[in-house]
Design a protein around this ligand. Structure first.
Ligand code: C5P
Length: 207
């Protein structure tokens, strides 16, 4: 069983993916963390963010069990991740690792930008989770405020829009819904609503 969840930054796909994995007893991989880990390795070594050979080498050293969400969640790392993510050779190296994870029994929920289109094109369940940019910016700001960090909604919004454009307009595996993905617009939904809607879709496929 493979559940593919794609969508833009701060759409709620990560929270949804974690809940679905726990509910259906599947593994979970946030593929964004793999790009973040490579970006963090390049930043730490002082290599340029467009050094494709260094990025591929970092991808080949990647240990999925050691991805630390806490350190990789830094804003600068997300920004650097979306810059390294344009490199085709890096994407090919990471897709190999991501696909192997997905194909390990009993299966997994993967979330990212190209899970339904490239990593797992045969996944029986594909969701594309979106929300308006304003809603996503507000959610991100609330999340930061909840951690006691400063949050400027206008700056976050500008940032999300720029990152969405970079992810959707790149030549290599751009972010887009797979032709057979179900769109889940969570603008007017709570996290519980989104979870219930996703379970409804998945249970229909399982039956
Ligand atoms: O989802 P997250 O914000 O952690 O992803 C960071 C960046 O990694 C994204 O902006 C995107 O450029 C890249 N990414 C990708 N393909 C994926 C997951 C993430 O290109 N499957």
């Amino acid at each position: 069983m493979i559940i593919a969840i794609d969508g833009p930054a701060a759409s709620g796909k990560g929270t949804l993916a974690r809940r679905l994995a726990a509910h259906y007893g599947l593994g979970h991989l946030d593929t964004g963390l793999t790009y973040r880990a490579v970006a963090a390795a390049l930043l730490a070594s002082g290599a340029s963010l467009d050094d494709e050979a260094a990025a591929v080498a970092a991808a080949e050293r990647l240990d999925l069990s050691a991805l630390d969400r806490e350190t990789l969640s830094a804003h600068a790392v997300g920004e650097a991740a979306s810059r390294v993510a344009v490199m085709p050779a890096l994407r090919a190296a990471l897709v190999r690792v991501q696909r192997a994870f997905a194909e390990t029994p009993p299966g997994a929920v993967l979330d990212g930008r190209d899970v339904g289109t490239v990593i797992c094109p045969d996944a029986p369940v594909k969701l594309f989770v979106t929300a308006s940019a304003e809603t996503r910016a507000r959610r991100r700001a609330d999340e930061l405020a909840g951690r006691g960090e400063p949050a400027d909604v206008a700056a976050i919004l500008a940032d999300l829009v720029r990152r969405d454009a970079r992810d959707a307009e790149r030549a290599a595996s751009p972010m887009r819904p797979a032709d057979d993905a179900v769109l889940l617009d969570t603008t007017a939904m709570t996290a519980d609503d989104a979870f219930a809607a996703a379970c409804g879709i998945i249970d229909r496929v399982i039956r």
